[in-house]
Design a protein around this ligand. Structure first.
Ligand code: HPA
Ligand code: ZN
Length: 344
């Protein structure tokens, strides 16, 4: 795109990034070798023959479910605190290259604790990379703990209890190695309604946690309204099916709810056929605030600037429209006003 270097330089924030979604085929094979993890045999899944065949596999997903199978399978190679730190560090160095100044990143603790990895191993590794990213790269960040909606609610409840007991929500202690700032909700959407997790979100709200949830990616607009009404979320992750309910769209504008849109993800998972079907123009014209994000960059063919450029190729936005989008990503961040002023 002719705007490429302008889009790189533009100060921007990322809000929809799964750290586990940064596991590139190269890092996956490297960690499998180091940790003696046996990858699926060629009978079980021929994609795991080499990083090259795996990268090819990532170019075709039928839908969210097909992607999630790959995503959960890959995580088996993540074992030690240092593995989690390396994974997050891979993200932050690439984010720096792409001009990201502040990142609010997701992780899926249940996908690790279910494999016998301790909650603290995961958080300590990710937070070590965050501390280093702030010091060495000038990127501030916060950590958002997601519940996997396909697992029983009792598992989310246990995860919440682990985080509470371990003091991970206790911001007053100002302990960077422990801090978790917000709650999110991800994995299979259709059939796993947001209302199921009301108790966990109510508890989080009571403790002053920020709140978001995936919604309207594959699910209809009632998955968006359900998250607003019962989980009291401040953002919706994806939210592209909001256009199907004009009244709900008006409410999202009025209540200043930010959508974290992920164009390359939507195309890879066939939520849209082409990038120009992501409702960027509709949202801009209706005054819906949104940020543009990479979701799972190792799987969907690119980091944040690839997403900005794909949108530019499809919509040919003006410089001024880009400034508005990037400024909205700063205004919609969960940071203090002083930090926002630095970035604006
Ligand atoms: N949707 C739902 N769950 C996910 C996603 C997503 O885009 N990425 C990682 N887990
Ligand atoms: Zn996501």
């Amino acid at each position: 795109s002719p705007l490429h270097s302008f889009l790189v330089e533009l100060p921007k924030c990322e809000h929809h990034l799964h750290l586990e979604g940064c596991l590139s085929p190269a890092l996956l094979f490297q960690l499998a070798a180091k940790n003696n993890i046996t990858l699926p045999s060629s009978d079980e899944d021929p994609a795991y023959q080499s990083p090259v065949t795996l990268a090819k596999r990532y170019q075709h997903f039928d839908n969210l479910e097909d992607f999630l199978q790959c995503y959960y399978r890959g995580m088996a190679v993540l074992i030690t605190q240092n593995d989690f730190e390396m994974l997050a560090w891979e993200y932050f160095t690439t984010a720096r290259r792409d001009g990201v100044r502040h990142a609010e990143v997701f992780f899926d603790p249940q996908s690790h604790t279910d494999r016998g990895i301790a909650f603290d191993t995961v958080v300590a590794g990710f937070n070590a990379a965050r501390t280093r990213a702030e010091k060495e790269l000038g990127i501030t960040s916060c950590l958002i703990m997601c519940f996997l909606r396909h697992l029983p609610v009792s598992s989310a409840a246990e995860t919440m209890q682990t985080a509470i007991t371990g003091g991970y929500f206790d911001v007053s202690q100002d302990d960077k190695q422990r801090a978790i700032t917000g709650l999110g909700l991800d994995s299979s959407e259709v059939g796993f309604r947001p209302e199921l997790f009301v108790d966990q979100y109510r508890e989080g709200e009571k403790r002053g946690l920020r709140r978001t949830a995936h919604g309207g990616e594959e699910g209809d607009p009632t998955y968006i309204s359900g998250a607003l009404d019962t989980l009291h979320v401040e953002r919706i992750d994806h939210g592209i099916r909001l256009t199907e309910d004009p009244e709900l769209l008006k409410r999202v504008v009025k209540e200043n709810i930010l959508l974290t849109v992920c164009p390359l993800s939507n195309m890879c998972l066939q939520a849209v056929k082409r990038i120009d079907q992501v409702p960027i123009r509709t949202f801009l014209e209706a005054g819906v605030k949104f940020s543009i994000n990479s979701d799972d960059p190792a799987y969907f063919g690119g980091y944040i600037v690839n997403n900005y450029c794909a949108v530019q190729d499809a919509f040919n936005l003006s410089i001024n429209e880009w400034r508005v989008i990037a400024e909205n990503s700063i205004h919609g961040s969960w940071i203090q006003e002083a930090r926002k002023s630095e970035l604006l």
